[in-house]
Ligand binder design. Structure first.
Ligand SMILES: Cc1cc2nc3c(=O)[nH]c(=O)nc-3n(C[C@H](O)[C@H](O)[C@H](O)COP(=O)(O)O)c2cc1C
Length: 310
């Protein structure tokens, strides 16, 4: 490190301290230990778990991943062992890796979200990310994230059963009025917002003439969505300010390198998540952390939080 211009990359999001603003996105980093053999996982700011539900889920049948020229379609369907099993079997190892631990919580009903949140509240996770934006499940998931009236009761109930952890709500880019959903979530008790989850999309297998995925549609992630996701973060920052509902924003969608991450920070995000890029290049997040540090030193920026002010 250049001692004359030391770069402080640490950020605070709703009371959760991160050593840097780079977080592994939900569903793309397992529970961290898979990647521990490939990269120094302890360097990350945080790790979001795969989507967790109260009861175990087997996930979707049929094809689950499909590559597109500049992105990835997925239809995993929230395969997970259930929250109690996660806390018992996965969390101790994940906790020991070093980065902040964010539990990504899903459910088919409001009660399921609330019960799951109560279990996580009593566990040593640092934050809960409420996923009301999964496009790949039949019940619940994205249905809660499409309008404010559906989203607010989920956040209210989770807030009631979760007294100890900060709550971040993960928004859907498929919502017709994203700002309205976001403001409703903040008013219902969200301490932070993350966006974007995947865009509803599809592919057809021309050999069979049928949709590739059993659910017909799937979620698009990766470089193809980056400029749209960036625009959404930029606009949401302004909408929250105008509605006097400003909370930290965690931005994501197609971030592949430090330049991409800096764009999201400059759009107002307090931190970023990186998903699909890690599949193609497991060291992507490490390079992004180093790249942000180099940028700060070259511009003589002392604290990374200064980048997000606009
Ligand atoms: C294979 C896969 C599984 C995912 N699973 C989840 C999940 O369980 N919960 C969730 O909130 N988001 C999930 N996502 C969405 C990502 O966390 C992220 O919001 C999205 O992929 C956009 O970021 P990216 O373009 O960097 O991948 C998943 C994405 C992929 C590609």
């Amino acid at each position: 490190m250049n001692e004359q211009h030391p770069a402080n990359l640490s950020v605070s999001i709703a009371g959760m301290r991160l050593r840097n603003p780079v977080i592994a996105a939900s569903g793309t980093f397992g529970y961290g230990s898979e990647y521990a053999e490939l990269i120094d996982v302890s360097r990350l700011g945080g790790i979001c778990t795969k989507g967790l539900t109260l009861n175990p889920r087997p996930g979707n049948k049929g094809i689950r991943l499909w590559e597109t020229p500049a992105g990835l379609l997925n239809s995993i369907g929230l395969e997970n062992p259930g929250i109690a099993a996660f806390i018992e079997k996965e969390l101790p190892r994940l906790r020991s890796l070093g980065p902040a631990v964010i539990a990504n919580l899903s459910g088919s009903t409001i009660e399921e979200y609330a019960e799951g949140a109560a279990l996580l509240d009593a566990s040593p996770v640092d934050m809960i990310e409420i996923n009301i934006s999964c496009p790949n499940v039949k019940a619940g998931g994205m249905a809660f994230g499409l309008d404010g009236e559906a989203a607010a009761p989920v956040v209210t109930q989770v807030r009631r059963s979760c007294k100890n952890k900060p709550l971040m709500v993960k928004l859907s880019p498929n919502a017709p009025d994203l700002a309205a959903v976001a403001v409703a979530c903040v008013k219902a008790g969200a301490d932070a917002l993350s966006l974007v989850n995947t865009f509803k999309a599809m592919a057809i297998d021309t050999k069979s003439g049928k949709p590739v995925f059993d659910n017909i549609s799937a979620g698009l992630s990766g470089p193809a969505i980056k400029p749209i996701a960036l625009r959404m973060v930029w606009e949401l920052y302004d909408s929250l300010k105008a509605a006097k509902a400003a909370v930290p924003i965690v931005g994501m969608g197609g971030i592949s390198n430090a330049e991409d991450a800096l764009e999201f920070l400059m759009a107002g995000a307090a931190a970023v998540q990186v998903g699909s890029a890690s599949f193609a290049h497991p060291a992507a997040m490490i390079e992004i952390i180093d790249g942000i540090g180099n940028f700060m030193r070259s511009k003589k920026i002392k604290n990374v939080e200064e980048i997000s002010v606009r």
